[in-house]
Design a binder for this molecule. Structure first.
Ligand SMILES: C[S@@+](CC[C@H](N)C(=O)[O-])C[C@H]1O[C@@H](n2cnc3c(N)ncnc32)[C@H](O)[C@@H]1O
Length: 214
């Protein structure tokens, strides 16, 4: 299933800054060789992540859910010269492809990959203060990750969470009892109700929650 009608998605991508060659190759390689390639952010969303990062020029980025390393490369584009991006994934089979492409980028020394279950790995990053966080792992634990990292986000920092429209299931009455859909809906409501942030649910691709810490 496509997130947008194909002609609209094609039009939007055509009128967006082109996908850099390295990312285009990683995108193709992922679709050719890795399971569930739809998880990769892709051209339009990747350019949005890069643009946000350029605007913020973060010193510390946290990504939960590396997959093949595509969104990490996009987010790294805006890093301050002494900046660092921590990215966590529990699937060791993806590490090689991610590192292969990172090594071709100017950000290879700024990307710090941590293998393991996110909730546990986060304990090892307890001393970091984050400017920008991208939550893109198991949906059932989004609310947990949000709670775990919130105090480590600086005032004015941005928390992004992907797939918050969950392929439209968040408004499908037939999915009301689906546990993942319920978790995504609960997460969205939690952010919306949190007086510590200003938020926008962006209907981009599969939905991106943006929450700026006050
Ligand atoms: C949607 S993909 C990430 C896509 C990537 N951010 C991108 O845009 O290209 C989700 C990833 O989260 C990882 N993941 C799922 N549950 C996790 C957990 N509990 N801890 C760490 N990683 C997890 C999966 O292995 C998968 O690679």
């Amino acid at each position: 299933m496509d997130f947008l009608p194909v002609d609209l998605a094609t039009y939007a991508d055509a009128l967006t800054t082109p996908e850099p060659d390295l990312l285009r190759r990683l995108n193709r390689d992922t679709y050719a060789h890795v399971l569930r390639p739809r998880m990769l952010s892709g051209h339009g969303q990747g350019r949005l992540l890069a643009l946000i990062s350029h605007l913020m020029q973060p010193r510390r980025i946290l990504e939960i859910g590396t997959y093949t390393g595509y969104s990490a490369l996009c987010l790294a584009e805006g890093l301050a010269p002494d900046g660092r991006l921590f990215t966590i994934d529990k699937n060791e089979e993806l590490e090689t492809i991610a590192r292969t492409y990172w090594s071709e980028s100017p950000y290879v020394d700024q990307i710090d990959f941590r293998l393991g279950d996110a909730a546990i790995v986060l304990e090892t990053l307890a001393d970091e203060v984050f400017d920008l966080v991208f939550i893109d792992a198991d949906k059932e634990n989004y609310a947990l990750y949000y709670d775990l990292i919130f105090d480590q986000v600086r005032p004015g920092g941005l928390i992004l969470a992907d797939n918050v429209l969950w392929s439209g299931k968040v408004v499908d009455p037939e999915q009301a009892n689906d546990p993942v859909t319920r978790a995504v809906r609960a997460f969205n409501q939690k952010i919306h109700d949190d007086p510590r942030v200003d938020n926008v649910l962006l209907p981009v691709r599969d939905g991106i929650m943006m929450a700026r810490k006050r």
